[in-house]
Design a protein around this ligand. Structure first.
Ligand SMILES: Nc1ncnc2c1ncn2[C@@H]1O[C@H](COP(=O)(O)OP(=O)(O)OP(=O)(O)O)[C@@H](O)[C@H]1O
Length: 326
């Protein structure tokens, strides 16, 4: 069954189009990722789907329920974990969960049972009576996920679930998300600007740039569409090499920041030929490396730009602490 159906959904803020006619369909039980750089429109897209923001045009159905015509109906189907920290620091984990359960009017007996089950699921039961202000970043995220699941939604929205977390905590959280999806069959739609997160976690990924979906498929298919191997060459002549290099086995060449990124069929078979093509044109090579394509290459291929997630670290942590919208 289809869990989420999105049809030419659009959001404009004044004359700026943040989300520009996106369409996709997510079957029940899938982990679907919206991958794109900061400002691509990912949060705006899932804010519309979770009824927090009204679309300018287009439509979407969640479990067959219209996001515009029946917002309350949609809200019963979904759990939301957004970027803003929305836990009460001065309350314990259990109290935070209880407060949320009351908001959803879950009867006391079921509520208490559910809180315990969810806290167990994210391995926080031992710390359930500690104040949230004593929690680490990863523990807070896990608690937010547990809270988002308290009313047993069938669809979970995760906005940048591992933003600003250290690599070990991110890994751990990915395992939780995957096990949730497997054990409870929950459909998960997440946004991320981390390539490795999309690659590792998502069954399918929509790459979103400037409000539009530029490519959508499984991470494996997206990567194999751009080539079998990628050769990166650092050279003062990067732009000219990218412009001129041609061969039947070269699938494409892009230039970025003093590097030529050449996508090709089998580097093993063609490396010497490639070097002699470049050398024959009189270009110098400072360094060369060969690797398998990543989603970064896919993004570069479709947009002509790099996502630059390596700049993320400190900026992410700052964004995590700041309120997002006025
Ligand atoms: N309420 C608003 N009013 C005006 N512009 C907005 C508003 N909300 C978002 N935007 C703009 O829409 C664009 C998309 O923002 P959005 O938050 O959806 O991006 P994103 O892909 O989620 O990136 P990020 O991870 O940085 O939030 C940005 O240029 C942003 O400045």
């Amino acid at each position: 069954m289809t869990a989420i159906l999105v049809d030419t959904l659009t959001k404009r803020f004044g004359d700026f189009t943040a989300v520009d006619g996106i369409s996709f369909e997510i079957p029940e039980g899938e982990i679907f990722g919206l991958l794109g750089p900061n400002g691509a429109g990912k949060t705006t897209a899932i804010s519309m789907l979770s009824t927090l923001l009204e679309p300018t045009s287009g439509r979407a159905l969640l479990n067959g329920i219209d996001i515009i015509k029946d917002q309350d109906g949609v809200r019963k189907e979904i759990g939301i974990v957004f970027q803003d920290q929305s836990l009460d620091e001065e309350l314990t984990a259990w109290e935070n969960m209880d407060f949320h359960g009351r908001l959803y009017r879950i009867p006391k007996a079921i509520r208490e049972e559910q809180i315990d089950e969810m806290l167990r699921l994210v391995e926080l039961e031992d710390r359930k009576d500690s104040l949230v202000k004593t929690y680490s970043g990863g523990m807070r995220r896990r608690l937010e996920i547990a809270r988002g699941l308290l009313h047993e939604p069938s669809i979970l929205f995760l906005d940048e679930p591992t933003l600003g977390l250290d690599p070990q905590t991110r890994n751990h959280l990915w395992e939780y998300i995957q096990s949730l999806n497997r054990r409870k069959g929950i459909t998960i739609i997440l946004t991320t600007h981390y390539m490795d997160e999309a690659d590792r976690l998502c069954d399918r990924v929509a790459i979103i740039d400037r409000g539009r979906i530029v490519a959508m498929d499984t991470p494996g298919n997206l990567k194999s569409q751009v080539g079998e191997d990628v050769v990166s060459i650092t050279s003062p002549d990067a732009a000219r090499i990218a412009d001129r290099i041609r061969a039947p086995w070269i699938l494409g060449a892009e230039q970025y920041d003093g590097q030529v990124i050449i996508r090709l069929r089998s580097a093993e078979d063609h490396l010497l030929e490639l070097l002699s093509l470049i050398g024959g044109d009189g270009h110098t090579i400072a360094s060369i490396s060969i690797r398998k394509p990543t989603l970064e290459d896919v993004f570069l291929h479709y947009t002509g730009r790099e996502m630059r997630h390596e700049e993320a670290g400190a900026t992410d942590r700052m964004r995590m602490m700041m309120p997002r919208r006025s």
